[in-house]
Design a protein around this ligand. Structure first.
Ligand code: ZN
Length: 576
């Protein structure tokens, strides 16, 4: 294929035979062969029967007994924003501690003397104390140019003095409404950490915009780099109504036939703005940009709350040791209800970021009111992350048809657990995070997300973690093994020693392999109303197909993270 020059990839008809094809159809049936014509599946069944479809131009693939799955769906990520960090900014995702981060930042600034502003992403928030990283550490590397580095979860930014100066943030700057400027406890000067968008935007709005051409390059990089993951459909969970270059890059790539992933997305709604006008604007833009099946924005995105690691998730009970602080509730009840009613009337979907139990509660309260006012219909709202949900609200999620988008990648007693969640939330709450099995049991539609750049897309990792609630050994070795304070445990334990990385309680929430595969394929497809086109390997659907090195059902669980994706087809085109 030739993505860089923009030539359309030819769709030759193909026959895959002699495989172990797990179709994810209703009967969970296995087949030997698939026949594809014009990008669609026209036959599944025996190899013998499939080979009768052969014509002179048909390409044959002998699968030699390999396992085949439908293309994976990542139901909530930030593909373009993340690709730009990897391609054009300081990427700190692989640097666990301060020392290694400083080294990378130093190298990057030296290598890019002409960049006006140094941007970056992915610093490990758990590597610093509650006050976070300091501006002085960046000042010693770069005094003149502004440095702005977003944390690994996207909810804070580490900046130098030049960046603070550019945005005129001083000791006297008042606290922004939906954010927090971290200050030195003695001098009161901003210390270098800006938490949440209200504070981060003070600087972001002063930075130069990213060009459409740069974003188009980012998309091509992204699909090439992550083609090996087997992902073929993604949901971009935050498309800004103000950033034309961003959505135009997708639209043009789609129209030029350059995409080998299918994109859906949600318009980000900023609670500080007039939502009626913003929804009207999003509606008009969607009409303009939904020109192909490869990129469409059919949803609006709400941050019901923020994150636990900044104490900005919205909790039913206060954070540990605080009498009142329950975090951020980002929308007023009346404001969010009016927005739901308006966009629902236009047929848009609702996509919510939800971390805290109180966020789930008011999100569900609003959906119940919406159902009373606009009537019952198959509207499929999504809640991404679902870190804490009460038993009562799990049932309401099922009743309201909410998809729970699993944070499978984050389930383990990892550094966030030890350094941030445990001290901020206490033992009972941290041992009751990320419900999975109980939601499956209630019949909630389940999908999976990487939330890339928060986690690097790697479906085998997420499948393993969904089953074990632990991180794979390979990831432990990369991220923790070099530091002697950490150890890894595989067996479930009731009492962990500090810094023991192991399975996250409650263990009864572990999913099965079948459930994880379902969530990664059909569950994700359903979350975007795409189940008639993708999600399973059945006649009439798009030929999004993944071929694995091993049969997941025949392996020891510990071997799953090392399974390789060997080939990927997107609508019948061989893309990896
Ligand atoms: Zn996200």
């Amino acid at each position: 294929m030739d993505k860089l020059t923009g030539n359309k990839i030819s769709t030759s008809d193909i026959i895959l035979y002699n495989g172990k094809i797990y179709t994810v159809d209703k009967q969970k049936s296995w087949k030997e062969a698939i026949v594809v014509k014009n990008g669609n599946i026209v036959y599944t069944g025996s190899s013998e029967e499939a080979l009768h479809y052969k014509e002179p131009a048909t390409e044959l693939f002998d699968l030699k007994g390999k396992m085949v799955l439908p293309g994976f769906v990542d139901a909530h990520m930030h593909p373009l924003m993340s690709a730009d960090i990897y391609m054009n900014q300081i990427a700190l995702f692989d640097n666990p501690d301060k020392k290694s981060m400083i080294k990378v930042i130093n190298e990057f600034t030296n290598l890019h003397p002409n960049q006006e502003v140094i941007r970056g992403g992915g610093f490990n928030r758990a590597a610093f104390d509650e006050q976070g990283p300091r501006k002085e550490w960046l000042d010693s590397i770069e005094k003149d140019r502004p440095v702005f580095i977003v944390s690994g979860d996207g909810h804070s930014a580490w900046v130098n003095s030049a960046a603070l100066h550019l945005a005129n943030i001083t000791k006297d700057t008042p606290e922004p409404e939906d954010g927090h400027i971290m200050r030195d406890p003695i001098t009161g000067e901003p210390s270098g950490l800006l938490q949440e968008k209200g504070a981060m935007n003070l600087i972001l709005k002063t930075l130069p915009i990213i060009s459409k051409e740069r974003y188009k390059q980012d998309i091509i990089y992204l699909e090439e780099y992550f083609g090996k993951t087997g992902i073929t459909t993604v949901f971009d969970a935050k498309i800004s109504l103000d950033e034309e270059n961003y959505w135009m890059a997708y639209k043009e790539c789609a129209e030029e036939g350059k995409l080998t992933w299918r994109y859906r997305g949600g318009w980000y709604l900023d609670p500080a703005k007039n939502l009626t006008d913003e929804i009207e604007k999003g509606k008009k833009l969607s009409e303009q940009i939904n020109t192909t099946p490869y990129f469409q924005v059919n949803a609006f995105k709400f941050f019901l709350d923020e994150v636990a690691e900044e104490k900005t998730s919205y909790m039913l009970e206060p954070f540990e040791g605080e009498s009142e602080n329950r975090g951020f509730k980002n929308f007023e009840d009346k404001q969010i209800l009016e927005a739901f009613i308006q966009l629902d009337k236009e047929g848009f979907q609702i996509h919510c970021h939800q971390i805290g139990d109180a966020a789930a509660q008011y999100g569900l309260d609003t959906l119940e009111k919406l159902e009373k006012i606009n009537g019952k219909r198959d509207r499929r709202p999504s809640f991404a992350h679902c870190q804490w949900v009460t038993e009562k609200d799990k049932k309401r999620m099922a009743a309201l048809g909410v998809t729970s988008i699993l944070s499978a990648y984050w389930m383990a007693t990892d550094d966030y657990y030890w350094d941030l969640y445990l001290p901020y939330l206490g033992k009972e709450r941290v041992n009751n995070m990320y419900p999975v099995q109980s939601l499956f049991d209630l019949g909630v539609n389940m999908a999976v997300h990487s939330d890339f750049f928060v986690s690097e897309p790697d479906p085998m990792y997420a499948i393993y973690t969904g089953i074990t609630r632990n991180i794979p050994k390979r990831i432990f070795d990369e991220k923790y093994a070099l530091n002697p304070i950490y150890s890894r445990t595989v067996n479930e334990k009731d009492n962990y020693n500090k810094n023991e990385i192991g399975p996250l309680p409650p263990f009864k929430e572990s999913a099965t392999l079948e459930q994880m595969i379902y969530a990664f394929t059909m569950g994700g497809a359903k979350s975007m109303f795409l189940e008639n086109e993708i999600g399973s390997l059945e006649v009439g659907k798009k030929a999004d197909i993944v071929i694995l090195s091993d049969n997941l059902f025949e392996l020891n669980i510990e071997e799953i993270p090392d399974v390789q994706v060997e080939m990927v087809f997107f609508e019948g085109k061989h893309t990896y």
